[in-house]
Design a protein around this ligand. Structure first.
Ligand code: ARG
Length: 578
């Protein structure tokens, strides 16, 4: 696919070859040097020639002049040299025609870098801890993770989405004790995860009370929990049954949230799955002489890499979070032979990933450099920081429910039918949250304010979906028959829109390279802005000049296609009517 930059770079590369000789500068290298000038009065795309001086042995001014004279192309109305810059001015009509043509012929493939063919990416994301709240802190891993999956799929990769459920660990010992003491089957079947969390919070508090009131800090409940977990590890039938039930109850609820977001996982192999896969890796570490005993615990010393030790086995021989991740990575490599394994988690876990990635490297696994950690910043809600322990959490399902409710209040007027209203409100409400969250660079700490997310006149999800619905209604009214752009003269607003459409492939590429879905969110806003400016100034359906009308419809159709693709890439739906 020829993007604006690529197209320009190819022309320049040819001119360099003609004027200066072969093998000096490739189109690929030139792409990286091209700029979009903030002020387009001189040009729509420019090449600063300063860095070329050394390679081409001329002054930047001379280089720009020589190239300007050599390059001729219908898509550019002028190619000029100004102070060492080579400036290209787009020739509106042929350029826009090509862009619209490309969108039309590629359809929902338009924008794809198409470079993932034959490669596999494994994505580990969302991965909540069973029986603990699925809260707003998981929004990042869930939507960034899924968006990265969609982006890679779009590029042609085979993708495997893995929900590495936190379904094993000492918390199950506590939960079993709490359930036996205070639990009730019917209540849990009714109330789901909330009831499990209540039990979990209750036993944690009780343990704390025991420890505080006991001079030697002993807690019989903590001892009992450890004993129950041990029984679970020994596959005690009763405990296994309880554990499976707790997991199922939790999963059922997560799945409701995933459904709202349109997320499906290819695998739910959680932490428990790797229990019997760890000993082999621990043995390998031992055989390779990588394990050291430190105060009874088995560790890998990472001092040389300026990192704290990586804990492999506790003093009592039990395994740890890194041990499990190492075993899981080895298993996944064998199972999927991935070209890339992406892990999306909060930035607090960055050290954990850096450590065990290093251990994998030391173990001699040559695929260690295919492991990628994608961290993200913290989320607060209305200014308040989250605190799981004190119960000050905003659950994801509540967040979505509130957004849906609020949209319903507004949508009811236009959609009196309850089912229809609910369906629209789900798409718009959930989309609003996702869009708002993905508007920021992932590493930024953000404060979530519901009003901002739901506003129809800000740079929001509802605004983007509304713009999409507008393109649909125009196309419907116009009776669009899919014709190409004509040779009618176009105004600046139309060319601006075509230009915005033409940079979509570049943005997709950047989003994938930087693991940054927010690039797409911001692109959607650019595209909506360009389209709405065009829409407000130019009549489309009622345009009297037949050729111009066709061109405008073709641009609207291209916008419609690209918006739908882009919204999809950030896990959003694009309803045709709002
Ligand atoms: N369950 C973990 C948590 O909630 C996240 C797991 C991330 N994935 C991984 N392979 N470590 O913190």
């Amino acid at each position: 696919m020829l993007t604006l930059k690529k197209n320009t770079a190819v022309l320049i590369a040819e001119a360099v070859k003609g004027g200066f000789g072969e093998g000096l500068l490739s189109a690929e290298e030139i792409i990286g040097m091209l700029e979009y000038p903030p002020d387009t009065s001189m040009g729509d795309i420019a090449l600063p020639c300063f860095r070329l001086s050394k390679t081409l042995r001329r002054s930047p001014v001379q280089i720009a002049q020589m190239l300007a004279e050599a390059i001729r192309c219908e898509e550019f109305s002028s190619v000029t040299a100004i102070n060492g810059y080579l400036n290209f001015k787009i020739n509106g009509t042929p350029f826009s025609a090509r862009v619209a043509d490309e969108v039309l012929s590629l359809g929902d493939k338009y924008g794809s870098p198409m470079n993932g063919e034959g490669k596999t990416v494994v994505l580990d994301y969302s991965s909540p801890n069973v029986a603990k709240p699925f809260h707003i802190g998981h929004l990042g891993t869930t939507v960034i993770g899924h968006s990265l999956k969609l982006l890679h799929e779009f590029a042609g990769y085979k993708c495997v989405g893995i929900n590495y459920l936190g379904d094993w660990g000492t918390q199950f010992g506590k939960l079993i004790v709490a359930y036996k003491l205070w639990g009730d089957k019917a209540t849990i079947e009714q109330g789901g995860v909330d009831e499990l969390v209540k039990l979990y919070v209750r036993i944690n508090n009780a343990i704390k009370d025991e420890e505080e009131s006991n001079p030697d800090k002993k807690s019989p409940l903590a001892d009992a929990s450890r004993a129950e977990f041990k029984k679970l590890e020994e596959f005690n039938e009763e405990n296994i049954a309880l554990w499976r039930w707790f997991v199922d109850v939790s999963l059922e609820e997560y799945q409701r949230t995933y459904k709202l977001l349109g997320i499906e996982f290819d695998s739910y192999k959680g932490e428990s799955f790797y229990t019997d896969k760890m000993p082999a890796q621990v043995q390998k570490l031992r055989d390779m002489g990588l394990l050291e005993i430190d105060d009874g615990a088995s560790i890998v010393n990472l001092e040389k890499w300026n990192m704290p030790v990586c804990l492999i086995l506790k003093r009592d021989g039990s395994t740890l979070y890194p041990t499990r991740d190492i075993a899981a990575a080895v298993y996944r490599k064998g199972e999927y032979n991935f070209d890339k394994a992406i892990y999306v988690t909060a930035a607090q876990q960055s050290l954990h990933f850096a450590q065990w990635f290093k251990v994998v490297e030391l173990m001699g696994y040559d695929w260690y450099d295919k492991l990628v950690h994608v961290p993200y910043g913290t989320v607060s809600v209305n200014g308040a920081k989250l605190a799981t322990r004190t119960g000050n959490v905003v659950l994801l399902k509540d967040l979505f429910a509130e957004a849906i409710e609020r949209v319903k209040e507004i949508a009811r007027e236009k959609h009196p039918d309850e089912a229809e209203c609910q369906a629209i409100a789900e798409k718009v409400g959930v989309g609003a949250i996702v869009f708002h969250y993905l508007s920021n660079n992932r590493m930024r700490d953000i404060n979530f304010v519901m009003e901002d997310a739901l506003s129809f006149d800000g740079n929001t999800g509802p605004y983007a979906q509304y713009t999409y619905a507008r393109t649909c209604s125009i196309l419907e009214k116009a009776g669009d028959s899919g014709k190409a752009l004509t040779d009618a003269d176009l105004s600046e607003l139309e060319v601006e829109l075509a230009k915005t459409i033409s940079v979509f492939p570049e943005r997709v590429n950047a989003a994938i390279t930087d693991y940054e879905p927010s690039v797409i969110t911001r692109y959607i806003l650019d595209l909506c802005a360009a389209f709405n400016r065009f829409y407000h100034e130019c009549s489309i359906v009622n345009c009297e000049d037949e050729k111009l009308r066709e061109s405008r419809i073709a641009l609207t159709r291209a916008t419609n296609q690209v918006l739908r693709t882009a919204l999809h890439l950030i896990c959003m739906q694009s309803p045709e009517k709002i």
